[in-house]
Design a protein around this ligand. Structure first.
Ligand SMILES: Nc1ncnc2c1ncn2[C@@H]1O[C@H](COP(=O)(O)OP(=O)(O)OP(=O)(O)O)[C@@H](O)[C@H]1O
Ligand SMILES: [Mg+2]
Length: 350
């Protein structure tokens, strides 16, 4: 039996067995017949090559789809995302991390506002036996079966809270979190989730989802770029460029620093205002934690606008992985030991 944490985000899919972490862009496409498989020069990351066949359809997944698929699928619509994307985005990393037929117990998340509507659907899509073929970069085919015996769906930012509270064995590691009231702001690619863990209990009043993910800033940047270059750059092709601060289109380099600065500070101020308003009655909150990949990017802009004490990010951590780490720890707690207090509290919320 293998416990797996799976965070299928609009931007990146994150998956872990507690030891290895697979992270890839939440994009897939039709697999093309590759005539020439040699790398031109550098030795690529093995994990960049994600190629599977599910239900007789062949897919490239993640960066490979971005590079090689003629038709690519990417969405920012929640219903479409659950119905059309989760199967491919979930089974692909599972087929890499888990041995054939090994029963998988899976913890996955949904944004708070979509939790009730999509939870059962997500369980139904994932649970059961899924035969698939994985194809490596030399074209070698391997038949496998992903067998998912249990699925637990939790509201997304709970992953971050569980990650704070639990050790790798699923034990409570810092009792302070059992006594404190902590606000969590999870800025993802499309969504921002706000939640409060009040002495491990979930506060409905202090929780909500908005569509102020980092993609909103990207949309503003893309619009500016279209004005100046005439090219409509897909959002998921902007990640590296925004990070670098410039992009080359048709041989010409466009500077993005100024527009990025404006877009990020405007978005940060919207999110901070939302949080301050949502938590106006929760002035007794001990600390606020900013998480999610977008959180890492926006934290410097947000911290001076937010009320309350901000928890610093531990240096060297990839905060995109906070939720998935927490899902996995929670799975350990649920399935490899009893189901005491913290787990029961989180279950009560679901
Ligand atoms: N090391 C990194 N590599 C890539 N992106 C990063 C990194 N660190 C921060 N980011 C930012 O994180 C964003 C994605 O964050 P995250 O993975 O938390 O979103 P998501 O969970 O896919 O989205 P959502 O929660 O809306 O479904 C990227 O758009 C980028 O701005
Ligand atoms: Mg997320």
């Amino acid at each position: 039996m293998e416990v797996i944490g799976l965070d299928i985000g609009f931007g990146y899919t994150k998956c872990t067995d507690g030891q290895r972490f697979l992270v890839f862009k939440s994009v897939y496409g039709e697999a093309a017949e590759l005539q020439f498989r040699e790398q031109l020069l550098s030795d690529p990351d093995e994990e960049d090559y994600l190629h599977v066949e599910i239900d007789d359809n062949a897919y490239f997944v993640g960066e490979l789809a971005e590079r090689q698929s003629v038709e690519r699928f990417f969405t920012l619509d929640q219903s479409q995302f659950v119905a059309d994307f989760t199967k491919v985005l979930a089974l692909t990393p599972l087929s890499t991390l888990v041995a054939r037929q090994e029963p998988v117990k899976l913890v996955a998340g949904l944004p708070i506002s979509h939790y009730r509507r999509h939870r059962t659907e997500l369980v139904n899509i994932l649970k059961g036996q899924h035969p698939l073929v994985s194809i490596d970069k030399d074209g070698q085919r391997t038949d496998t079966v992903v067998r998912i015996s249990d699925v637990k769906v939790v509201p997304q930012p709970f992953g971050t809270v569980m990650n704070l509270m639990l050790s790798d064995l699923g034990e409570v590691r810092d009792r302070r979190f059992l006594r404190e009231k902590i606000g969590v702001i999870d800025v993802g690619f499309r969504t921002t989730d706000y939640t409060i863990a009040d002495r491990t209990r979930y506060s409905e009043r202090g929780s909500k989802t908005t569509d102020t993910g980092i993609s909103r800033a990207y949309t503003a940047i893309a619009a500016k770029l279209q004005e100046s270059s005439g090219v409509n750059v897909e959002l998921y092709r902007l990640y590296d460029a925004v990070d670098r601060g410039s992009i080359k289109i048709h041989g010409k380099r466009y500077d993005l620093k100024l527009v990025k600065e404006q877009a990020f500070s405007q978005l940060a101020s919207t999110i901070a205002t939302d949080a301050n308003r949502l938590w106006a009655n929760d002035w007794d909150m001990d600390r606020v934690m900013i998480t999610g990949g977008g959180g890492a990017v926006l934290a410097p802009y947000m911290s001076k606008l937010l009320k309350g004490e901000i928890m610093p990010v531990e240096p060297g951590t990839d905060v995109r992985l906070n939720n998935v780490r927490g899902y996995w720890k929670y799975g350990k707690r649920l399935w490899t030991r009893g189901a005491p207090a913290a787990a029961a509290a989180a279950t009560a919320s679901s």
